[in-house]
Design a binder for this molecule. Structure first.
Ligand code: FES
Ligand SMILES: [Fe+2]
Length: 401
């Protein structure tokens, strides 16, 4: 990046007031957007999908943001690998579908053919000095965390050693490696990606905007009431591994380690799950023996979030398409042995987070419309927006790193 652009960003970061929403430029400037892609999206671990989506050799799905596309697949040897979805000949995209099964990867343009490990195995009519072995697909780093597939497009990704050490028992407890994806929905939002992320980091808006969510989640209550309910809930469950908290997110992450966060929060009244009336919607996850009336919040890396009820797990992630458009993907996971139509009904399972995400999409779009106005100015954040503030602090530092 040109020096004057980098200085401009440094200046903007220095001028941003603590405890206030971001200045308008952060949501619109294309140099800032480019810096976000290189300093955040290309440097961190991003949630791509789950092993249950590609059970058989040759199964693949694509994972896309901004101008990038990654092929995530299962190799002949049964490993999960990821390759950049760009042909080494003249750069065509290779896998054009969002998912499928292939014995090998054939570029649709001039039919160069790659094996599932990404090695080029044939290229027609090339000069004698052409080496197949120099033209494999670019590799993408992969980590499997409790069956969740994370990718990092940097050659030097942050370590997940600390995260694994702390969270392995959580992954086990909820049987995350043996879940299956029951449903995935994508919500395209005409707004800068940060407005979507920020919206998911505060529950200040939950009571006024999410009547359905607020009926089952104590988190939607005012902070003092929520804290009291959380304390009582944790005390009543002392010693239960489900209640061991980890706060290594954003600035609290150790140097060189990917950030993460885990805690368990109470649901309201007699709710057992995140559903209409708090009713159970699927068989228990993992080795759980019963319902405790809570839900766990799990964050892996700065941009991937999971909400674990005792009978299902929601995954959500936010990916930029451009400076003024983003995508929110929501994943619903159940125990792998659960049978749709018998053990769970898709409509009941997905109802709460579909209705909530639809409402969020409207909120975020309206937020962007106001932020676009000449009259927008940074506004003071509430006590219920502390987590959002931690994200903003981390974000501003990431821009100038
Ligand atoms: S661009 Fe892929 S074979 Fe030519
Ligand atoms: Fe919301």
């Amino acid at each position: 990046m040109a020096l004057n652009q980098s200085n401009k960003i440094k200046q903007l970061v220095a001028e941003q007031k603590q405890g206030f929403s971001l200045a308008q430029t952060f949501y619109k400037d294309i140099d800032i957007y480019a810096t976000e892609i290189s300093n955040i999206f290309l440097k961190h671990w991003l949630f791509a999908g789950h092993v249950s989506q590609i059970p058989i050799a040759g199964d693949y799905f694509t994972f896309e943001f901004d101008t990038e596309s990654v092929i995530v697949l299962r190799t002949t040897a049964g490993e999960i690998k990821a390759h950049i979805n760009v042909c080494r000949h003249r750069g065509s995209k290779i896998c054009l579908e969002q998912s499928g099964t292939q014995k090998s990867l054939t570029c649709p343009y001039h039919a160069w053919n790659y094996n599932l490990d990404g090695e080029l195995i044939s290229a027609r009519n090339m000069p004698n000095d052409f080496e197949l072995s120099d033209n494999g697909l670019h590799k993408v780093n992969v980590e499997l965390l409790g069956g969740l597939i994370f990718v990092c497009l940097s050659e030097n990704p942050p370590s997940v050693a600390s995260l694994r050490q702390d969270l392995n028992s959580t992954f086990e407890l909820f049987g995350m490696h043996s879940m299956k994806l029951a449903e995935k929905k994508s919500y395209r939002i005409p707004a800068n990606w940060k407005l979507a992320v920020e919206n998911y980091q505060e529950c200040y808006h939950c009571a006024p905007s999410h009547q359905e969510f607020a009926q089952v989640h104590a988190m939607a209550k005012p902070p003092k009431m929520f804290q009291k309910a959380k304390e009582n809930f944790s005390q009543a469950n002392q010693g239960n591994p489900k209640f061991t908290e980890f706060n290594r997110y954003f600035d609290l992450a150790e140097e060189g380690q990917e950030g993460y966060q885990y805690d368990r929060n109470p649901l309201l009244r007699n709710a057992l799950s995140g559903s209409l009336g708090g009713k159970t919607v699927a068989p228990l996850l993992g080795t759980l023996q019963g319902y405790d009336g809570g839900a766990s919040e799990l964050m892996i890396g700065p941009l991937s979030y999971f909400l674990i009820y005792d009978d299902h797990m929601i995954g959500y992630r936010f990916l930029p398409i451009s400076a003024d458009e983003c995508i929110c993907d929501v994943f619903w996971f159940v125990n792998e042995s659960a049978v749709q139509g018998k053990d769970y009904q898709l409509e009941q399972l997905t109802w709460l987070w579909d209705v909530t995400t639809q409402a969020d999409k409207t909120i975020i779009r309206n937020n962007q419309k106001g932020v676009d106005s000449r009259f927008y100015q940074s506004g003071r954040l509430s006590e219920m927006e502390r987590f959002q503030q931690s994200f903003l602090n981390w974000y501003l530092q990431a821009l100038v790193k």
